[in-house]
Design a protein around this ligand. Sequence first.
Ligand code: FAD
Length: 449
Amino acid sequence: DKSTGRPTKKKVVAVVGGGLVGALNACFFAKRGFNVEVFESREDIRQAKVVKGRSINLALSHRGRQALKHVGLEEKIVSQGIPMHARMIHSPSGKQSPIPYGKKGQVIFAPSEAETYPNTKLNFEHKLHDWTAETGLMTFEQIKADLIVGCDGAFSAIRKQFLRRSRFNYSQTYIPHGYMELTMPPINGQFAMKPNYLHIWPRNTFMMIALPNLDKTFTCTLFMPFEEFEKITTGDEVIEFFQKYFPDTIPLIGSDALRRDYFRLPAQAMVSVKCSPYHINDKCVLMGDAAHAVVPFYGQGMNAGFEDCIVFDEIMEQFNEDFSSVLPEYTRVRVPDDHAIADLAMYNYIEMRAHVNSKWFLFRKHVDNILHFIMPRTIIPLYTMVTFTRTRYHEAVERWHWQDKVRHLSIFLFPAGGHFTPLNISHSERHCLRFTEGNSKTSAVGFHN
Ligand code: FAD
């Protein structure tokens, strides 16, 4: 196009995977005028009679919202969500204590949004089997595209081609925990617990969380080592287990439902995937879980994937949609950030499990909040930077390390209650620190808490 200096459109962009990130990405490319084809292996859930698989119940925060805003979807999605203002911690005795934390919303997002663009075609029941980096040929049947965007999730078929290539770095780690979803129904048509909270039952090696849904149910997710899941083999053992650790939830979920639902599906595994580069020549790029599956303990997997789309779009603007410059730049800019959030999520895996109910953890949060109040522009809690801003993930981590030094200095200068000193970390917490330090996944984060 001579008037804009951009290469003429009509190029074909194939988005493989019509999940959350693929659907949003299709909107971004369609908005730029490309001919977009989305290939999704599953059937169209809008027409399906039975929808199998996990529920979509996710916390959407600032990064994800910014990306949605860019394609005009923010209001539509956010208006369907339930804001969560605080965490509600449930103690083993059933006592509830809120820890405020800002605003969050949930999101339900379906690929149908992409179909509002006439230059977008959705192909369901199209499973990619293979593709060739040199020519862009893809085998569902044989289809050719100018750019292939791999949004096909943690076990990406697109990424398999990358693995065959020289100088492609790849690592994956399964954590020892699995997760299981249980539903807490409404009581008399109302939410069974306070809805505007992320409910957490921290129990050291395992924990449960519950998020509200629009139909007034809660989805409770139990995270626990696989070996613990496997120890429970009968309905009575389920009840015994819940009696011991989550007694307040038995009447709310219902004892019959618990006995039944615990055995409905096996516990699901969680994997953390890091790789680099994210592109092959000017032909293919990975985004979302295909590029960086993260463990779900920072509530950032989808948000990071949505941010991938907006970052890519920003680079498209900067480099005039020239794929041969855009793709390497995307890898250069995005890899350190996605690796940082993968590390942070792994770090939070430890923190949420063990620290959320420890005095030392609460005290540190308290000091952070005071410092933030005194110096709002200098000290910003890590969680705030990650969840409520678009500060680059890796910069948030660097800043966190720096702030940690300030915090330690302030604790040293103004010891608020002599018994709370860094040396008073309990034995179990020290054990946990060692455990984390020994875990190479978190080494980039460091552990100066
Ligand atoms: P997916 O959602 O996995 O979509 C990939 C799509 O590709 C699927 O539709 C699949 O059918 C299709 N596909 C796969 N292979 C092929 C093929 N060969 N050919 C064609 N199509 C294919 N994130 C948050 O931001 N907030 C949260 O609160 C949150 N909570 C979570 C809780 C749990 C328990 C888990 C497990 C994850 C959570 N996440 C959360 C992470 C979030 O679910 C993912 O990051 C997000 O779904 C990634 O989207 P995606 O589109 O990249 O991949």
